[in-house]
Design a protein around this ligand. Structure first.
Ligand code: HSE
Length: 410
């Protein structure tokens, strides 16, 4: 029998309790022994909950209990989660977490501590929600040289973009729905500003490179500035808009970004809608691989956590060797030339000036924004496009650049 404790009984913690209870037989078969929740650490009462008999407000009930071999950290936040993870690992307890902040900030240190203590620090649920992503990468792909990672890593922002694009909803209404569905972070700014996707990308980059990818080194832009007009113009030109987290690895460095991107019809990420996450990954021997599934929500996330609990139970006396060093990976913004959709409010002589700067560029106007035009550029690097935009505003007085969104993979 493996006794476990769950820290936190919010969306993820209660989901883990339910999924373990509902699947106890298959969990036992896979783990090779019964897995039992012995304690649930909470900071308030949940009187009518099935987990009530296991609840404690004293962390020492868990840390000092030698029978508890696996701790599921489902509290979120950073300070307590870090302190408890560190203490648990030092006491030779396996730690399973869905906490992206914890893994992104302290992954190298906690993995090393787990290794030193012959236990595991497991975090399948920290990236991609219910999508099995970390395990296949570690088990099947890491021996190969990972060349790129590109995908949708935040369910909340993808839900909002989908609702704005196909559901015709406003940003605030779509965000409220994502919060009600249990997708959003307690402070949804992390979702809409791209920080959550950025932390997840840094975790994948750390795994892929074997070095610590510092998430604050990744140039990050969220979705809050996108407007209905951006979606309408993108659609007229055959594109969807997605928040993409992307990285290209070469040698000891990587070019990485998180930003809205135009995704052309037919691209593998075009139809990943709603709360779904989708990740494309390229490695030398295998070529392109794609992962797809629910990226947030109570039960998808709990499913990923439970898969790690089973892994910990199977390897109860063994460290599985997942590791990245504390050496920092060099991260640069993308330097490649990119095609873009630019949208502007037209000033004097706009047509003539724009035609001179971007000859032959396909243009669209949308009905309810009579004074605006959007057009697609050829591939240009960011300094070239900045110069042209400045020239446009200067030589066409009254022209105002409203947005410039790159096309994925150009
Ligand atoms: N807020 C996160 C998301 C939860 O929407 O993707 C899952 O990590």
């Amino acid at each position: 029998m493996v006794n476990i404790a769950i820290l936190g009984y919010g969306t993820v913690g209660s989901g883990v309790f339910d999924v373990l209870g509902q699947n106890s037989e298959t969990v036992e078969r896979q783990a090779g022994q019964p897995v039992k929740v012995k304690r649930v650490f909470v900071r308030r009462d949940y009187p009518s909950s099935e987990a009530d008999p296991y609840m404690t407000r004293d962390i020492d009930d868990i840390m000092n209990d030698g029978d508890i071999r696996v701790i599921v950290e489902a509290m979120g936040g950073l300070e307590s989660a870090y302190a408890y993870a560190k203490r648990g690992l030092s006491l030779r307890k396996h730690i399973v977490t869905s906490n992206k902040e914890l893994v992104a900030d302290y992954g190298a240190e906690l993995l090393a501590l787990a290794r030193d203590n012959g236990v595991n620090f497991l975090f399948e649920a920290s990236v991609g929600g219910g999508v099995p992503l970390i395990a296949p990468i570690v088990r099947n792909l890491l021996f190969d040289k990972i060349l790129y990672i590109e995908g949708i890593l935040n369910g909340t922002s993808n839900y909002i973009l989908t609702e704005m694009s196909v559901g015709g909803k406003g940003f605030a209404e779509a965000l409220r729905e994502a919060q009600t569905s249990g997708y959003a972070e307690s402070d949804p700014a992390a979702d809409v500003e791209g920080l959550d996707a950025c932390r997840k990308l840094s975790i994948l980059l750390s795994l892929a490179s074997g070095c610590r990818a510092v998430w604050t080194d990744i140039e990050t832009q969220g979705i809050a500035r996108l407007t209905e007009a951006d979606f309408l113009c993108a659609k007229s030109l055959g594109y969807n808009i997605k928040l993409i987290a992307g990285a290209r690895l070469s040698g000891s460095s990587a070019e990485a970004y998180v930003a809205p991107r135009l995704v052309p019809y037919g691209h593998p990420l075009y139809s990943a809608d709603g709360v779904y996450n989708s990740v494309l990954l390229g490695a030398k021997a295998v070529g392109n691989v794609m992962f797809y599934g629910r990226g947030a929500g109570k039960y998808p996330t709990a499913s990923a956590v439970v898969s790690d609990v089973i892994e910990a139970a199977r390897k109860i006396n063994e460290n599985t060797g997942i590791y990245w060093s504390s050496e920092t990976l060099d991260i640069l913004p993308p330097t490649r030339a990119e095609r873009r959709m630019i949208r502007a409010e037209r000033g004097e002589e706009f047509e003539a000036v724009a035609a001179r700067l971007w000859p032959g560029a396909p243009r669209v106007s949308i009905k309810h924004c009579q004074r605006e035009t959007a057009w697609l550029t050829e591939a240009e690097d960011s300094s070239a496009v900045r110069e042209k935009l400045a020239a446009l505003e200067e030589t066409s007085p009254g022209t105002r650049i409203l947005s410039a969104i790159s096309i994925i993979g150009t």
